[in-house]
Design a protein around this ligand. Structure first.
Ligand SMILES: C[C@H](N)C(=O)N[C@@H](CCC(=O)O)C(=O)O
Ligand SMILES: [Mg+2]
Length: 368
């Protein structure tokens, strides 16, 4: 099975409700879809959203990196040599992690098709059913409380509450949701870099003193402020998780060396795909650090790949934030992963099992 061509599409999916964080506000998923064609007629699918405020990647940069730097290295290569292919992808260009992730996802999809097995089995196997949390966007307190209650009614047992806009309000938001959902859901906070280290310690200690038990706080301070992350980690009882501070294995090593966080959030769009995601999980497992696997606001193609990693690395990936498809009004992708709100189940379909994608716009639309 040799690579002959790589083509692009664009997938736009409206959200049920606007997605709002300390960094951005969006109303639809917009993914570049990558299709890797082969001489046997098999097609591998991957995708990447443009989360410029986190990765620096835009739709244009994703396509330019793939067509200008990655495609020339891959055409003519055999899918059986997966490790070699991932090295070619990772070495093709600096950074551009979303572009690398989209291509790697498609290559792993083909690798699964080559071997006639779902990806998670080739990654080591596991229980093909996992449970995700869901994000509660940052908003007025009443809206966040009603969103939280609706999520619990839909069966979500973990809520990831977006904060980081205003320290006083953030404390009130969290207390109000805690009071409303009671013990019916585990609460996680994601400040998306919105606090200073001192504000983070103040807010978390205030919540701890008020009896609000949190499963974790995610990325309380600026991504590059590892000293600030350590400052918070050393002063609060709530476990601190690094998200924007860690992209690939090198940053994870630095984070562990510094004791700058308790938990690591792995995302394919930050790691540059599956090969480094697996490396991070193995690294964390060696050092006894737990991981979450998360997603950007993205479609079920990329999220399906993350699900396979979560299943295969469940020993160290103890938390799952793969709610992209649940936030969308509908899922245009028919794949081997069934997203049913909190419950996610993987079938035996080879690779990612993608059978069709509705409303996939042609590549020429991308320039518009
Ligand atoms: C969608 C997921 N639950 C999430 O919150 N992901 C990111 C933000 C992604 C984005 O802005 O697209 C996170 O910060 O964890
Ligand atoms: Mg985050």
């Amino acid at each position: 099975m040799k690579i002959t061509d790589i083509r692009f599409g664009m997938l736009r999916v409206p959200l049920k409700t606007p997605f709002k964080t300390a960094l951005r506000s969006v109303e639809q998923v917009e993914d570049v879809v990558v299709m890797v064609h082969t001489d046997t007629g098999h097609v591998g699918h991957g995708s990447a959203p443009a989360t410029a405020v986190i990765t620096g990647d835009t739709h244009g940069s994703i396509m330019a990196a793939i067509s200008g730097h990655i495609v020339p290295r891959l055409v003519g290569q055999h899918i059986a040599n997966l490790n070699h292919l991932t090295q070619l992808v990772q070495g093709a260009i600096e950074r551009n992690t979303s572009a690398k992730a989209a291509v790697e996802i498609a290559l792993y999809d083909l690798w699964g098709q080559l071997h006639g097995a779902p990806l998670y089995r080739l990654l080591g196997g596991g229980d093909p059913a996992i449970t995700t949390d869901i994000t509660i966007s940052v908003d007025y307190i009443d809206k966040m409380v009603s969103d939280a209650l609706a999520a619990v009614d839909r069966g979500f047992e973990s809520l990831k509450i977006k904060v980081g806009k205003d320290i006083g309000l953030d404390i009130e938001r969290t207390k109000a949701i805690h009071a409303a959902v009671g013990g019916r859901a585990l609460l996680r906070l994601d400040a998306n870099q919105g606090w200073t280290p001192k504000q983070a310690v103040f807010a978390l200690q205030a919540l701890e003193d008020a009896g609000v038990k949190l499963d974790l706080v995610e990325q309380p301070v600026k991504a590059r402020d590892l000293e600030g992350m350590r400052y918070v980690t050393e002063r609060v009882n709530t476990p601190v998780m690094a998200d924007e501070s860690v992209f690939g294995p090198r940053e994870v090593i630095e984070l562990i060396r510094m004791g700058a966080a308790d938990i690591v959030n792995i995302k394919l769009m930050k790691s540059g795909g599956i090969s480094n995601a697996v490396r991070i999980a193995d690294l964390c497992s060696l050092y006894g650090i737990e991981c979450m696997i998360g997603c950007m606001l993205e479609s079920s193609i990329g999220v399906a790949a993350a699900v396979h990693v979560a299943v295969a690395k469940a020993d160290v990936i103890t938390r799952v934030d793969l709610d992209g498809p649940s936030l969308c009004r509908h899922d245009p992708v028919a794949s081997g992963v069934r997203f049913n709100d909190a419950e996610i189940r993987v079938t035996d379909a080879p690779g990612l099992g993608i059978r069709g994608i509705e409303d996939l716009a042609a590549a020429h639309d991308l320039a518009a």
